[in-house]
Ligand binder design. Structure first.
Ligand SMILES: [Zn+2]
Ligand SMILES: [Zn+2]
Length: 494
């Protein structure tokens, strides 16, 4: 057996993020609080993982609960009997995931590792590296402090200990704890958030201030969402968009001015500037790029919630995949104007919920394969196909099946603002734990009678990747629904 590694050189690493889906967290909590409030309990689990540019993302893939007799019931703290360790080690030889030991601390005991925990982690990090070489070993502690769920953790990775900087549990607000205290931003400005505090409580304002929301697309819809999130006091925003501001965007772009279009300033820089004016304490990570480029995925996976605010098929598909493979909950929003004989007949707003258990974009038949393939083409290929299609049309031949101009009516600023603001509102509901979106896939026609609202609960195909590779993170790469084409410009973090 490898010599147990020492616990020295533990260091803070805010970019180790642990993500847990709602059904798994409920099962984990029931198990770990089995002897609550006085006594502890523990379990092994397997985690999907992804190495990012500056850390790790771990996703809770499955619980490996103890069988009767595998934990010693005679002690108040967790004592793992050898057969359980061996069973888990042999399992690890057969699966590709990282192994975790997760245990509870008694009610109102902080989730700081004890000397016993230090011994346990030193032992397992060495022991398991013999069975799961090159994979992280994680040790997590769950506790309930003053009525709030608190999680701490450390990870043995590449011969050193990293501290988990953030836990994201789907639909359940939790407090991340590291180095003996809560990981959170400075106290919030009480007067500024007085209205929000009155509506949702002081705890809600604190939860918002330590949360991160990723906004994919910083155009009309995205800029409206960003404005709402910034004013509500979300502490950190990750904003992704590849484009610069054009003068035609100014009809709808919150924070956009003619000078942005004249100087060809990027939409993400424009968003960052706008947020700074609203509240300079908010951190904005601005990325010129697209999903699912690696840099973009790495940054987006640090968020509690993501909002899909583009009309791009590839972006929607990628965001749906992040929900099931990496447990990132998101709301996709879009708007469509329908017209006939010079009259606007439909102003349709769509909000789609992507929780980790929801059917993916493909199961919901939300993509247009032709538009998707057009988006992923290189500029050169697009020009060639466009020219060939025009020639074919002149000759009266049927059009190229891979190229057809899709007529899309442009939308207008009040619709994008409504849709972005609503999506931001539901993100606030999830983060604060105060309300959930009351739909799976909502469509409303703003010019229809009673808004002509419909909700569709789609079902997933059991054969689909969303059912087979849920929470598998990078270990589910073979099931990827979309990869970034190599001709896209390399993403840039501003
Ligand atoms: Zn402990
Ligand atoms: Zn699916």
């Amino acid at each position: 057996m490898a010599r147990p590694p020492q616990l020295t050189a533990e260091r803070a690493c805010s970019s180790v993020v642990v993500r847990i889906g709602a059904p798994e967290f409920a099962a984990l909590k029931d198990l770990l609080f089995r002897r609550y409030p006085e006594h502890e309990w523990g379990t092994f689990a397997r985690l999907g993982w992804r190495e990012t540019e500056d850390g790790l993302i771990l996703t809770f893939a499955a619980l490996d609960s103890p069988l009767p007799g595998e934990l010693n019931e005679r002690f108040g703290h967790v004592v793992i009997n050898e057969p359980y360790s061996l069973r888990m080690a042999l399992e690890a030889e057969r699966h590709p995931f990282a192994v975790a030991v997760i245990h509870s601390h008694p009610q109102d005991c902080r989730p700081d590792p004890s000397h016993i925990d230090d011994d346990m982690d030193r032992y397992y990090s060495g022991y398991l590296s013999g069975f799961a070489p090159g994979r992280p070993y994680a040790s997590l502690i769950l506790s309930e402090l003053k009525g709030e769920l608190v999680l701490s953790g450390r990870v043995w990775w590449r011969s050193r200990w990293l501290t988990v900087g953030k836990f994201c549990v789907e639909r359940t607000p939790v407090l991340s704890w590291a180095h003996g205290k809560a990981v959170q931003k400075a106290l919030i400005d009480e007067s500024r958030y007085a209205r929000l505090t009155t509506a949702f409580g002081r705890q809600a304002a604190q939860r918002l201030s330590r949360s991160t929301v990723a906004v994919i697309g910083a155009g009309g819809t995205g800029s409206a969402a960003i404005e709402v999130l910034a004013r509500a006091g979300v502490g950190r925003l990750v904003v992704v968009d590849p484009d610069v501001v054009e003068s035609s965007n100014l009809e709808r772009l919150h924070g956009g001015w003619p000078s942005h279009a004249e100087e060809r300033i990027s939409k993400v820089e424009t968003a960052r500037e706008h947020v700074r004016r609203i509240n300079p304490d908010i951190e904005v990570v601005a990325i010129l790029g697209r999903l699912p480029q690696k840099t973009v995925v790495d940054a987006v996976l640090g968020a509690d919630v993501a909002l899909g605010c583009t009309d791009q098929q590839h972006s929607r598909l990628a965001l749906g995949e992040l929900a099931f493979r990496y447990l990132l909950p998101s709301i996709d929003c879009g708007v469509v104007l329908e017209g006939c004989d010079g009259k606007v007949t439909g102003q349709i707003l769509q909000l789609v919920r992507f929780l980790s258990t929801d059917p993916c974009v493909l199961c919901r038949r939300m993509t247009n394969p032709r538009r998707l393939s057009q988006e992923l083409m290189s500029g050169e290929e697009r020009t060639t196909r466009q020219a060939a299609a025009a020639e074919a049309l002149k000759r009266g031949e049927p059009p190229d099946p891979y190229w057809a101009e899709e007529t899309q009516l442009n939308t207008v600023g009040y619709l994008t603002t409504v849709s972005g603001a609503m999506a931001a509102g539901y993100a606030i509901g999830w983060i604060t734990g105060r309300f959930d979106p009351p739909f799976a896939r909502l469509q409303a026609n703003l010019v229809g009678k009673f808004l002509d609202t419909t909700d569709s609960e789609d079902t997933a195909s059991p054969e689909c990747a969303c059912q087979r590779a849920r929470a598998w993170a990078d270990q589910g790469a073979a099931q990827a629904q979309i990869t970034a084409p190599s001709h896209w410009p390399f993403p840039k973090r501003l």
